[in-house]
Design a protein around this ligand. Structure first.
Ligand code: HEC
Length: 152
């Protein structure tokens, strides 16, 4: 009897440990896809650097739109969106590229839009950031949402 209890406790603990291990694996996989700087200070993929540039550029566009000023020039990094080295080499390239094309198309629409239409098209570029991130990299979504302009 005593041994049965000890054995059950042992089996149960092993089961618990296995679950915790799975959870840790899952979360470390998630963050690997988004290249957190503190984990990977020297080996940041080019795409992560491009993304920081896009986030800055979006901030600059937002400010320009709010002030009614000319949009900043489209950054050259846009050309590397599809070809830059990624942290996660195993993503579905076809799905990634279609999201990248959708984002680039929104950017062209925004740059071609009349001044009063800019807030709407700007928010559509942010929608495009988020739809790609929903597939590939959840971490920054909360931060990206803050870029939305309020449109009345
Ligand atoms: C076509 C897909 C796609 C689009 C569009 C996209 N992202 Fe990303 N983003 C990614 C992927 C994939 C990563 C992970 C980069 C890596 O390390 O390889 C990432 C990473 C990031 C990061 C984290 C960078 C870091 O420091 O590691 C930020 C911030 C970010 N994106 C913001 C944005 C913003 C803002 C936009 C829109 C202006 C945007 N993204 C559009 C796919 C996309």
């Amino acid at each position: 009897m005593k041994y049965t209890i000890i054995t059950s406790v042992f089996v149960f603990s092993a089961f618990l440990l296995a679950c915790v291990d799975e959870r840790e694996k899952a979360s470390s996989n998630d963050s690997a896809k988004c290249a957190p700087d503190e984990v990977n200070p020297n080996g940041t993929a080019e795409l992560a650097v491009i993304m920081r540039g896009l986030a800055d550029h979006s901030e600059a566009m937002k400010t320009a739109i709010q002030k009614g000023e000319a949009l900043p020039l489209q950054p050259e990094i846009l050309e590397r969106l599809k070809t830059a080295d990624r942290t996660d080499k195993n993503i579905d390239v076809q799905v990634y590229n279609s999201h990248a094309d959708a984002y680039l198309a929104q950017m062209s629409q925004l740059y071609g839009a009349a001044q009063e239409e800019r807030p709407k098209y700007f928010n559509a570029t942010i929608d495009a950031c988020i739809s790609c991130h929903e597939n590939f990299c959840h971490g920054p979504i909360k931060r990206i949402r803050k870029l939305y302009l309020s449109v009345n």
